[in-house]
Design a protein around this ligand. Structure first.
Ligand SMILES: Nc1nc2c(c(=O)[nH]1)N[C@H]1C(S)=C(S)[C@@H](COP(=O)(O)OP(=O)(O)OC[C@H]3O[C@@H](n4cnc5c(=O)[nH]c(N)nc54)[C@H](O)[C@@H]3O)O[C@H]1N2
Ligand SMILES: Nc1nc2c(c(=O)[nH]1)N[C@H]1C(S)=C(S)[C@@H](COP(=O)(O)OP(=O)(O)OC[C@H]3O[C@@H](n4cnc5c(=O)[nH]c(N)nc54)[C@H](O)[C@@H]3O)O[C@H]1N2
Ligand SMILES: [Mo]
Length: 777
């Protein structure tokens, strides 16, 4: 981090405007000007975003409706497009001017801000610089290096953006080579969902579709910052609110998007002076990690109402017929809820009995309820139990497998869900290995491969020798930044396929290549003409996408082409896969995906351009439970709901740290220093804390604090000189930004079973920063 950035003042002002509205339009126009784009080009490009005959947004994975608005994009989707279509170039000259050691001093923002990568590069250790290399030489050498290594020591990471076509090829390349080490960003994201839901309802993905918003009569949101991370979801949500559908939100931070919203797609709303739509009926600032307790309170209310109904001989509140026919485990769950005391529920959740009873009463009379959630549930040690508690609550009233109801994990990257669907997984049982063997005549590895946390462990203990990245910024996204960065230099081979320069690219191994690729918005011309690609959204709908902008550089290759050439150079003759034919015509890859996954991709090439995409058939939506016992399972939280009793959260200087995204970033891509919807600007080196806690520690706004991980593993993890600022948060919880604070997260601090780093509950100690206080004087 550059010193200049650390020192800059931060301003925090209450932001009490609705999200959407003119603020978002202004933010966009500023961004396009800054990226050197001509206004007409940008508007023409945005007009094609998320349309059936256009391209699918490179930002989030929220569903794309069949009847698109004229402008079917949001502020952040547009920022992502503008950022990718920048006029800036990180070209040969740039790399000739800057050594890697120098670039390591740059911020994430400054690195990506240099623009699109243009030329394949190879790192030269004697010069400490990237030097241009021909594509042929790069592929040849990568193949040679990979063939010196044990495939089990090589990581094939994917970041969630690459298309279904590329992803299918990527996992085949890894497996033909002999590696099942296919971690992807979902290991840091919704893996708690992917592990939790199959045991509960027999599907790893959500059951909600867009049309359900028209039939729902209640929604709950847990731990998702919708206004920033999936803003297009606010449109169906707003429509539901206008119909009077109650929405209750649980989040330690009062995020604007779920408070008030004005649709930038509705001119009349934009011109009217009003405050916008009230998005949450009630907004509950649950304590960080207190969600299971809160849901227990809601469940308890439902049971109490059911007891009353039963006593009065009225209609039952529990869906007893559904539970009897479809479910298992209800008795144990009921016992757990009955035994929980209100006193404990209030203490752990930080919410009042009266509030939780209000939600419970509404839930008890609603016929079709959806529960949406994000990283606030998955990135905890008890992330899997969080997800399963959501399902427990839904099952009580049969809220899965009927219109308007269901479980809705809001996914991150635009194709992260799809990558899993087509075989990017380290778990052998989740990929059709026998099918691959039969189709392509090779012997796939059968043992479990390494997921993200295990890949990091392997880097630290030296057993991982090579890292190949299909997009992403792995070293920056994972925990324990300092140790991982140091270990990276021991790798024999480091290859990145990327669009923009990021910090991970500055960590060379012994042999290092940086390979620039086309982005999704660009025209991709191959032997049979311009190609289309496809991706799966958060609601399991598959969409086609057609790039149309001219490539950022004539030297760029498409992702499928790069993967195919690496495979040809590494494993020639080891399978019957016709790599060249596939690259010449991506429709052939879609045919293969259909052949390998006939249950999901029937008539793939015919249907993927249907408006709204096509839904891949999910058994749970039809109340078919592909679980071991064939039932939908109530799963009682194994550790109860006081889940982090060892993290002191009140009365001491140990806090639970939530690492958050700003409104001006996409993961490790930092677009700027304005977190407009939280009213924070100027710096990202901020620590948000409640006024009470600041008073208790004798801190004032703008004071510098040091933050240190509270763990007794003998490792010192510290971030110095954050500006502390008072913010409306529950006592004992503090917030700061990801990825700057990732060095505080111990690698072992992750979700049980799912291994998602517990980035939302890092135990930290906060002290006044002596050094900076002195410097400031
Ligand atoms: N513009 C933009 N869009 C994005 C992204 C981006 O960075 N920028 N990232 C994409 C990706 S990969 C993902 S995974 C998603 C992420 O989208 P989100 O799931 O929204 O992820 P976060 O912003 O990390 O945090 C979610 C929320 O959890 C809350 N929270 C923290 N701890 C708790 C808790 O204990 N309980 C509850 N109930 N809430 C809690 C935080 O206050 C925050 O509002 O967005 C995707 N879309
Ligand atoms: N502390 C903390 N850590 C977290 C999180 C958190 O909330 N808190 N969130 C976690 C989550 S949910 C996720 S998903 C991960 C994200 O981890 P990653 O997916 O690894 O990171 P990104 O920042 O999305 O990757 C950005 C880079 O991708 C490359 N890129 C962009 N577009 C393309 C493309 O079209 N093709 C290719 N080949 N490359 C491209 C660019 O070079 C860009 O610099 O981080 C995780 N880490
Ligand atoms: Mo994510």
């Amino acid at each position: 981090m550059r010193r200049s950035e650390i020192q800059s003042e931060v301003t925090v002002e209450p932001y009490d405007h609705p999200t959407g509205g003119w603020g978002s339009v202004k933010s966009l126009v500023d961004k396009s000007a800054a990226e050197g784009m001509v206004a007409s080009t940008i508007w023409e490009t945005l007009y094609r975003q998320n349309k059936t005959d256009g391209f699918m947004c490179v930002s989030c994975s929220w569903a794309k409706p069949a009847n698109a608005h004229p402008f079917e994009f949001c502020e952040n989707g547009a920022k992502a497009t503008i950022w990718e279509q920048t006029k800036n170039r990180t070209d040969r000259d740039f790399f000739a001017r800057h050594k890697l050691t120098e670039l390591l001093e740059w911020t994430d923002y400054e690195l990506e801000k240099q623009g699109r990568l243009t030329t394949p590069m190879r790192y030269d250790p004697s010069l400490d610089q990237y030097i241009p290399v021909s594509w042929e030489a790069a592929f040849r050498e990568i193949g040679e290096e990979l063939n010196k290594l044990d495939p089990k020591s090589v990581i094939f990471y994917a970041s969630g953006r690459a298309s279904l076509e590329t992803s299918y090829m990527w996992q085949l390349f890894a497996r033909v080579y002999g590696s099942q080490n296919l971690p992807d960003s979902s290991n840091m994201c919704h893996e708690s969902t992917s592990v939790g839901l199959p045991r509960s309802i027999g599907t790893p993905v959500g059951t909600v579709q867009l049309e359900d918003f028209e039939h729902t009569d209640m929604m709950l949101f847990f731990g998702h910052n919708t206004g920033t991370n999936a803003p297009r979801l606010l449109h169906p949500l707003q429509e539901a609110r206008k119909r009077g559908v109650p929405v209750y939100t649980f989040n330690p931070v009062e995020e604007r998007g779920l408070v008030r919203f004005k649709s930038p797609q509705a001119p009349t709303e934009m011109l009217s002076p009003g405050p916008g739509t009230k998005m949450s009926t009630e907004y509950f600032q649950v304590r960080c990690g207190g969600d299971i307790a809160a849901m227990t309170g809601i469940a308890k209310t439902v049971l109490e109402l059911d007891d009353k109904a039963k006593a009065a001989g009225g209609e039952r509140v529990l869906d007893v017929a559904f539970i009897a026919e479809h479910c298992h485990g209800f008795d144990a769950f009921e016992r757990f809820v009955r035994e929980a005391t209100w006193e404990e529920i209030e203490r752990v959740s930080g919410l009042s009995r009266a509030d939780l009873e209000e939600v419970g009463r509404t839930y008890a009379r609603s016929k079709a309820v959806m529960i949406h959630y994000g990283m606030g549930l998955t990135q905890h040690r008890h992330g899997v139990a969080n997800v399963q508690m959501v399902v427990n609550l839904l099952l009580m009233r049969g809220n899965i497998g009927k219109p308007g109801a269901g479980v809705s994990p809001i996914r991150g990257h635009s194709n992260v869900q799809g990558q899993r669907t087509v075989g990017i997984t380290e778990k052998p049982e989740l990929a059709p290995l026998d099918t691959f063997k039969a189709f392509y005549g090779f012997e796939p590895p059968r043992e479990k491969g390494l997921a993200t946390v295990e890949a990091c462990e392997g880097m630290l203990d030296g057993s991982v020798k090579a890292f190949l990245g299909l997009g992403g910024n792995f070293s920056r996204a994972v925990p324990e930044t300092e140790k991982i960065e140091a270990a990276w230099r021991n790798l024999d081979l480091h290859v990145q396929i990327a669009t923009k320069l990021n910090r991970n690219h500055l960590l060379p191994g012994k042999v290092t290549f940086l390979l620039p690729c086309l982005g999704r918005i660009e025209r991709d011309t191959q032997a049979t003409g311009d190609q289309l690609v496809s991706m799966e959204d958060s609601t399991a709908c598959i969409h086609g996408s057609k790039g149309y902008r001219p490539p950022a550089s004539p030297e760029l290759l498409s992702e499928p082409k790069i993967v195919a050439e690496m495979a040809k150079a590494t494993v020639p003759g080891r399978s019957t896969i016709p790599w060249d034919a596939w690259v010449g015509d991506y429709a052939l890859i879609r045919d293969e995906i259909e052949r390998a996954y006939p249950q999901y991709f029937k008539d793939f090439n015919k249907r993927f351009l249907e408006p709204g995409g096509f839904h891949r058939d999910l058994p749970a939506c039809k109340r078919e439970w592909k679980t071991e016992n064939g039932k939908a399972n109530f799963i009682t939280p194994p550790d109860g709901f006081d889940v982090d009793p060892d993290i002191q959260t009140e009365g001491f200087d140990v806090f639970k740290l939530m690492t958050l995204r700003s409104n001006d970033q996409f993961n490790t891509t930092v677009y700027g220093y304005d977190d407009r919807l939280r009213g924070i600007s100027g710096s990202r080196m901020v620590l948000l804390m409640s006024r009470e806690d600041m008073d208790r520690l004798g801190l004032q706004d703008q004071d510098f604090v040091d933050v240190e991980t509270h763990a007794d593993d003998g490792v010192e993890r510290r971030v110095k000189a954050l500006r502390v600022h008072s913010y409306k948060l529950p006592k004992g919880n503090v917030g700061g930004y990801y990825p700057e604070l990732n060095k505080l997260i111990p690698l072992w601090h992750h979700a049980v079973d799912a291994h998602v780093p517990a980035a939302k509950s890092v135990p930290v100690r906060v002290t006044r920063s002596a050094q900076m206080a002195a410097a400031a004087e």
